[in-house]
Design a protein around this ligand. Structure first.
Ligand code: ZN
Length: 288
């Protein structure tokens, strides 16, 4: 089927107590790997790209590849632009065929975040695609966005309610203690905060920094209302490690298929593992 908006996917996931994996891809093979994982496990899927990857590959190439992949399978797939801070890239991606965009104005004061988010929500509503916005500041490094540990800021539950009411944003990413990249030790997730936010906000919530969160903590987040889990770093590492292994065994290798095929296989397995953790396996049936 053709690419779909992630709004109904995430609303259904939240209503049914599971979560949908949103996987960052950087190459055609990575995109194919996560789609194969979704198809094989009957799992709904969100393919994500960062602004950096849009600059690297081109929004039109990514959207065209995602559209072809989506048409070849029966599971619902959305294409999402992760952490975007500028309207022009958002418009560029929407025009290319993205079905979901994140406007990240979380570094600005609350009123400015509301203003920018509202602008994107109005645009997206007119064409029936999803919008995600962030409140608080998720720590770590994502593309060019760097937030030091002492600058990371948790989202306030009352502000979350006010933000959703003022902007009409259909998906919210509240900072609740996770971080981008790989954790040193365990993440310090504020489960009470998630519960309070979920009690005040009925839209699906998004868990950023999904690489390396211990299983039981992911399950707890999902049970509390997290309906989308972003995973980037962990998948990148799995993909790259498989390539490194090929070159370690054969430094002279010069056929891209010889290292891309094992990398694709490794990424597909890792994506299936995340889908299992999210509880999304077999849930494609919810959208038929
Ligand atoms: Zn993020």
């Amino acid at each position: 089927m053709t690419l779909v908006s992630s709004t109904p996917l995430l609303q259904t996931a939240r209503a049914n107590g599971y979560c949908i994996g949103a996987f960052n891809v950087h190459t055609l093979e990575m995109l194919q790997a996560v789609v194969e994982a979704a198809e094989e496990t009957e799992s709904p899927l969100i393919i994500q790209s960062t602004v950096g990857t849009v600059k690297h590959l081109g929004a039109d190439y990514i959207a065209a590849a995602a559209e072809v992949a989506s048409r070849n399978v029966k599971v619902p797939i959305a294409l999402h632009l992760d952490h975007c801070m500028d309207l022009s890239t958002i418009v560029q991606c929407i025009r290319a065929g993205y079905t979901s965009v994140m406007i990240d104005a979380s570094h600005s004061p609350f009123e400015e975040n509301v203003r920018q988010t509202k602008q994107v929500v109005e645009l997206a509503k007119a064409i029936g695609i999803n919008v995600e916005a962030e409140l608080g500041k998720v720590g770590g490094v994502e593309d060019d966005i760097v937030v030091a540990d002492n600058e990371a800021l948790m989202a306030d539950p009352d502000e979350c309610a006010k933000f959703v009411e003022l902007t009409g944003v259909p998906t919210l990413a509240p900072a609740i203690g996770t971080a981008h990249g790989i954790y040193k030790g365990e993440p310090k997730i504020d489960f009470d905060r998630i519960a309070k936010i979920a009690a005040k906000v009925s839209v699906p919530l998004v868990l950023h920094g999904g690489s390396g969160i211990p299983e039981e903590q992911v399950r707890k987040c999902v049970a509390l209302g997290m309906a989308k889990m972003n995973v980037a770093t962990e998948l990148r590492i799995v993909f790259s490690d498989a390539i490194k292994e090929v070159f370690a065994a054969n430094p002279e290798e010069n056929d891209p298929r010889k290292y891309m095929i094992p990398a694709k296989r490794a990424l597909k397995e890792a994506a299936i593992e995340k889908m299992r953790l999210c509880g999304s396996i077999g849930r494609a049936k919810d959208f038929r």
